[in-house]
Design a protein around this ligand. Sequence first.
Ligand code: GLY
Length: 348
Amino acid sequence: MEKITVHASGTYDILIDKGSLGSIGQVLKERFKPCNIAILSDDKVFPLYGKTVTDALTAAGFKTVSHVIENGEQSKTLDNVTAFIECMVRAQVTRTDMVLALGGGVVGDMAGFAAAIYLRGIPYIQVPTTLLAAVDSSVGGKTAVDISAGKNLVGAFHQPALVYLDTDTLNTLDPAVLRDGFAEVIKYGIILDSKLFDTVAVPDSFDLTKVIARCIEIKRDVVEQDEFDKGLRGLLNFGHTFGHAIEKLSGFTITHGSAVARGMIIAAKVARIYGFTDYTEVITKVVKDYCFETNCPYSADELYSVILSDKKRSGADITLVLPKEIGACTLEKMPAGQVLELMKKAGL
Ligand code: GLY
């Protein structure tokens, strides 16, 4: 079993292994006192892994209660968090108990948020079952729900007590969902690790478990330096400023990974106009090789209108993550109007 430790406001381990889901009870027993565990999952994941997890926890002396939401981003609402919290109240979950997120990013973000606010905060465990959740959302303590004004606008920083990844759970992923996660993997290579980029540039040519562990290490290093997203952590948003705008303009019919993939190409185009070396071709090639669409169906003006409402904007400025080299992105703060100008000059 591979172990990566994060030292943030809470110190916790990320455990990675193949075929380890059935051992989760034993592993938790070695680390936590017997308690109630409130499991949040969704209707795609729970039928696959709910019984394995609950049986393992029960056998190890934990009590469990489960709450299952509909799979998909549309479920990441305050109402669903309230329903989960009410389930915890009925099950008499207390501050010495725990939440466990069994699923992808939606479940992880919601479970983490519920754990952050229930009784002013109880511990939670992330059991990610998608590649995106494994390499990104389960690590680093960002928790949130969406409201009609935008994605992740209500949330809290709350680090998990443990992240437990059985890489076998990725085998049952829909290929499109797995591919979405690769957009984040490619992102890590471009922002901070050219060797990782070279390794993943050819799909299916590498050991996925090793690649996941490397992505998590990169995220760990960033989170340890900037847990509360005041600066450096912004690098993790490479491709996301434009990607979020594409996602939103499409009414979320373009998936997160597909939008981020296109967003990374836009960032490369913008970086060229900004005066950096042109990596558009290199990034477009890898995006294409993972069978993502490369075109952006929206104009610079359309993207800009959404970017202006982004929560990551500070005052009149926008910080873009731009590739200076593959493996070395920088944060470039500029007046919002300059972003529009750069996008237009880049041909959007
Ligand atoms: N997903 C970006 C971050 O955790 O900061």
